[in-house]
Design a protein around this ligand. Structure first.
Ligand SMILES: [Zn+2]
Length: 466
């Protein structure tokens, strides 16, 4: 069965770090920029944003996704419900299948091939493939200024669509490339850059690229850790600058997301696109035959653009590598407690209780077991609208660590009539009464080694209500 690409989406985190700023701290130079997660972003929130955009472009409801395949070198739980949290926040059914691919920068290619195989075999009608990463380098390492973050999602199915997956080539070699030791949080630098280049990266990636080049490839995604080796391979295969280079310039080395991110950028034009990813001793290349622009591909570049300039010190703090001394304020409730177990669907799915008698939506349902309008006791869970406007707000200017002030908190009137009180993204400068907002998934806290996710309000740029 032919596996088609129904839509794609991309995402990048909020911060941009100038390589020269990193270089200055270590007495070196530096060129270009990388994308870095704000304190409330991680590989899961990036995955959510890219997947939400891809599903929207493909016009596929999350509830229709049969299986979700997520590749990242950094799942938010070292062991735990990473994939389950992601699919719940996306609004997938509880019957959703799939798998989490991790362990190396090759994880995104593993998610793509697993999703394609499930659709080809007929075990999934719609497969959602997501690759996201946020590389965390050790401070002072040679590759620190190139480590970036980003996410991309492909919606796969057999419906009529303008692009189809084709030939696949893979090679496995048992060598140590980029890795983290047992219990280590930061990525290690390459032990020997020349050895990596001459005897690991170039031979195996060239072998896969040469095998694919015989298929008359029009565009390549050939990412690499330093932004130059991919171009060398492309030249060997007789091609020009790979499409992945534009993603590298925008967000740096996005690890497991990089191959599919470069590929998504190239799905905007007819032709054959080769997506090649390597890591963890494995290299895989997949061809995509594009008849017409894939829905969502034209705006992937926009999703990577922008971002707020951040200083090196701010980035170190966001990554948790620079921590304040003194007391922090722990959450009153442990993440593994009954409140979080019973409230998980309510928080991740952002559910309200709709009154079967008068239609009013009460939020949060655990606090309002009866209708706030008529007092009725029959409420059915519904997913609250993701668009609305600011009813009122405050900006908190003194917050104890680990919170970061200023912290805006907004009361929102959502498009379905429900009212929510949520944190807003940013410093509050773009929040005003009547402002249109959209709700996006963010990390509220990270405590006892566990992330806590929920939705936040983000001011919509394009529309300001009168
Ligand atoms: Zn009611």
């Amino acid at each position: 069965m032919t596996v088609r690409v129904l839509g794609v989406g991309g995402a990048a985190p909020a911060l941009r770090l100038d390589a020269a700023d990193v270089g200055a701290a270590w007495g070196r130079g530096g060129r270009g920029q990388t994308a870095v997660c704000a304190p409330d972003e991680d590989t899961l929130t990036l995955a959510w944003e890219a997947a939400t955009r891809a599903l929207g472009a493909a016009r596929v409801e999350a509830a229709r996704v049969d299986s979700c395949y997520w590749g990242t070198s950094r799942p938010p739980f070292a062991e735990g419900p990473s994939l389950a949290f992601l699919t719940a926040a996306l609004g997938c059914a509880s019957s959703v299948g799939g798998l989490l691919c991790a362990g190396s920068a090759h994880a995104g290619m593993e998610a793509l091939t697993a999703g394609a195989d499930a659709v080809a075999a007929g075990s999934a009608g719609i497969a959602l493939v997501i690759a996201s990463d946020a590389v965390r380098p050790g401070p002072g390492t040679a590759f620190e200024a190139r480590c970036g973050a980003g996410a991309v999602a492909f919606v796969l199915g057999t419906d009529d669509a303008p692009a189809a997956l084709g030939t696949r080539v893979t090679r496995t070699r048992p060598f140590l490339d980029r890795y983290r030791g047992d219990g280590e949080i930061d990525n290690r630098d390459l032990y020997d850059g020349r050895l990596f280049r001459e005897e690991i990266f170039l031979p195996v990636v060239s072998e896969v690229a040469t095998a694919l080049a015989s298929f008359d490839v029009n565009a390549w995604s050939l990412p690499d850790p330093d932004g130059r080796l991919g171009a060398t391979v492309a030249k060997l295969a007789g091609a020009g600058t790979p499409a992945s280079h534009a993603a590298y310039v925008a967000v740096g080395d996005s690890g497991a997301a990089a191959p599919l991110l470069g590929g998504a950028l190239a799905l905007d034009a007819p032709g054959t696109v080769a997506i090649v990813g390597t890591g963890g001793g494995r290299t895989t290349g997949v061809l995509v035959h594009v008849d017409a622009p894939v829905p969502g591909a034209a705006v992937v570049a926009d999703a990577l653009a922008g971002g707020r300039p951040a200083t090196y010190a701010e980035v170190l703090r966001a990554r948790g590598q620079l921590q304040p001394t003194g007391e922090t304020i722990p959450m009153g409730v442990p993440p593994e407690s009954a409140m979080f177990v019973r409230g998980a669907d309510e928080m991740l799915g952002l559910l309200g209780g709709r009154c079967v008698d008068c239609g009013t939506i009460s939020t949060p349902p655990s606090i309002h077991p009866h209708c706030i309008n008529c007092g009725g006791g029959k409420l059915e869970p519904v997913s609250v609208a993701r668009g609305g406007q600011v009813h009122t707000f405050v900006v908190n200017h003194t917050m104890p660590a680990p919170f970061v002030a200023p912290l805006p908190i907004a009361v929102l009137d959502m498009d379905d009539g429900s009212r929510l009180m949520l944190q807003a993204i940013g410093d509050g400068n773009d929040i005003e009464i009547g402002r249109r907002v959209e709700l996006v998934l963010r990390k509220y806290a990270h405590e006892r080694g566990v992330p806590v996710y929920g939705f936040k309000a983000r001011a919509k740029k394009e529309e300001v209500s009168a």
